[in-house]
Ligand binder design. Sequence first.
Ligand code: PEP
Ligand code: MN
Length: 336
Amino acid sequence: MIIQLQQGIPAELKENILKQVQEIGYKANEVVTQQAHYLVAIGKKEFDIRQIGQLPGVADIHRVSEEYKLISRRWRVEPTRIDLGDGVMVGEGNFSIMAGPCSIEGEEQVERVVAHLVENNVKIMRGGVFKPRSSPYAFRGLGIDGLKMFHRICRENGIKIITEVMQVSQIEEMIDYVDVFQVGARNSQNFNLLDALGEAQKPVLLKRGISGTLEELLQAAEYIFSNGNEKIMLCERGIRGYEKAYRNILDLNAVPVLKEKTHLPVIVDPSHGIGLRDYVASMALASVMAGADGVIYETHYTPEKAFSDGQQTLNFQESERLIKRMRQAYELRESF
Ligand code: PEP
Ligand code: MN
């Protein structure tokens, strides 16, 4: 059960609600987010919800039986929209394009990608400075100095930054240089990291785990929300299967199903999803048609020379063509 408290509720009223919740045998967690103040009450006993609903200080109340509650569409029917500042919104009513290299490699590279994005009116650049790599001998990113350089060039050009955070201790050093923290597939169930990002008050793009179910993804998002951060986007990036012909199985079924289960925006990453440059655009367009709120993909001026994931990275010509086609596809979808 979720109880939304009135804004600025006096302590005595809150105490009274808590007392009544305990009396019916429920255990309550208090959650204060950017937008609201909730009590998430967990229990099994049947009772008339109006008993609590009518108490002074209660703004709204609903029974939600899933393991995830605050991110559930049953609780909040209105879709969540995330404001990244300067008019950049993610969520219903907007189609967000996030593009950039797999890894940030240097100043010239960032400048060239930024120029490509500006030319195409793309407002969000991706790029890793802390890279999770399967092999310890692969390029692992430029680290915090690379992020500062990435941030300076993006700020000079009105571009927002999404980049991966791999561990709790990085949050503090990164936070002033990031607009969206990405949680990578390998960290999708790093519950300490999710807790800490819940307290961090910065938007988060949470990727689905390599073999993660949608239920697990939703519960991971609930970790962030229940620690006080509502600004969450979910990302389908493909799951591990037995097929060897492509990198992952991009599960586009996830898009409508997630949109039905949660009010959070759903973004698709076709680059990691299929892992083959020639087919990234097709899967991106299919994602738009499946109902995605945005697409995140990899682009580089010379993909064959990229420090990581060149095999799935679009050159600028391919990227420009894709941007135009995704916008057309989105308009078509919205006209249905
Ligand atoms: C990435 O976005 O470059 C990345 C490592 O993604 P994932 O966590 O989905 O593998
Ligand atoms: Mn990559």
